[in-house]
Design a protein around this ligand. Sequence first.
Ligand code: 5GP
Ligand code: MN
Length: 332
Amino acid sequence: MIKNIFKTDDITRLEAIIAEGKFFVLTCHAGPDGDALGSTLGMAHYLQTLGKEAVVIVPDAYPDFLAWMPGSQEIVRFDKHRDKAELMIAMADIIFAMDYNALSRVDDMGPLIEKSKATRVLIDHHLSPDKFCALSFSYPQLTSTCEVVFRLVVAMEGYDQLTKAACECIYAGMMTDTGCFSYGPCTQEVYLIISMLMQKEINKDRIYNKIFNNYSEGRLRLMGYVLYEKMRVFPEHHAALITLSREEMARFDFNKGDTEGLVNIPLQMKGIYFSAFLREDTEKDLIRVSLRSQGTFPCNKFAARYFTGGGHLNASGGQHHGTLQEAITLFE
Ligand code: 5GP
Ligand code: MN
């Protein structure tokens, strides 16, 4: 069995919140990734198994390669169905903040969540969470928010109630946040958790294929174009830079999520320990920044100093308000 890492008081409070709660709204950060969707859907499945009414509201679009996740058809997109989402947030007596550490990461949903009278519970693995929740489970030392969810369910003695659907979502988030268990804190307990998920008969190979062997032609050609034409290497600094304009993304029929993971590729080069990806957002004069490193180079400090961002030692992000060229100059 995996060890309990939580304070007994916190688990007791969470159990009471779940027992008393009637309408649960589960939210995650904008630009939801595998861990954001996996943790919200995984937790929603668990609550539903307990007979609770639970809905997932996401700020905006998520990638097509995550649309297989059980429960994704019922997700409410805030940017598309604002009135419905607002009503649900207002009606909620419990709001879960999953996979984000600050209300700024849920865009326009932030003020509504802040205004809501619901009891807020944070479940996350990002550093330095803001204090906007009555109860917080913040574990930056764990692989993923999905891992926190799984451990919480086990700590509440709910493993038997976890369905295969919940386990598929949880596995997907753990897998994507660790690059298929190749980086991040993949301790021996992580493998124990994988084993416990497999006991629920998840098909891990099918999940892998749905996520990683499911690219559109445009995405694969975009990867080729980026690596051949757009990657700049700075050997003296052990660094590489990729940039993409809106026009280039449009040329490759860009879909949400098509650039996910691109920033990791330059790290496959011998001697490259720092990789940056700058891309124009759909919002004018906004440049999105993704940074990755290997070893001790703190890309979260780099993001904080130059791109008003932050994150983890080896994976961080931020933004620049201005042109792509300005952001490139800043990086250089
Ligand atoms: P990604 O490159 O996948 O968008 O972001 C990688 C990580 O960087 C995220 O998991 C998050 O921890 C962090 N991050 C991304 N953007 C921001 C930002 O604007 N502010 C902060 N503090 N962290 C960010
Ligand atoms: Mn995550």
